[in-house]
Design a binder for this molecule. Structure first.
Ligand SMILES: [Fe+2]
Length: 111
């Protein structure tokens, strides 16, 4: 059965039967990998999809901000420009909320 091992140098999480010969991120040897408890592994597996969703939201927000910038540059009329500017502000909030949520997950071991 596969287990999760965490690098105590960089935090990389490795899935396997045993720790890797070298950390894929920082290169340290297997002696730097700590086997995660079942409880900690469950946190990681259960948060995997939600973290991906937050990353997708952030990517979508960046695309939407680019669209808003294009709309602002076109300057059709003041109301239209204001709508794009307000949308950018709202998108920044959405992006910041997802980033904060991800930071909270990482701090709690929910990779
Ligand atoms: Fe590492």
């Amino acid at each position: 059965m596969k287990k999760l091992f965490k690098c105590d140098v960089c935090g990389y999480i490795y899935e396997g039967e045993a720790p890797p010969a070298a950390c894929p991120k920082c290169g340290v040897g297997p002696e730097h990998f700590i086997a995660l408890s079942d409880e900690d592994a469950k946190k990681i597996y259960s948060s995997d999809r939600t973290n991906d969703i937050h990353f997708e939201l952030i990517t979508l927000v960046d695309k939407m901000i680019a669209l808003c910038n294009e709309g602002i540059e076109l300057k059709l009329d003041p109301n239209c420009v204001r709508a794009f500017e307000e949308a950018k502000d709202e998108l920044w909030v959405i992006k910041g909320r997802s980033k904060a949520e991800l930071a909270g997950h990482m701090a709690k071991g929910k990779w």
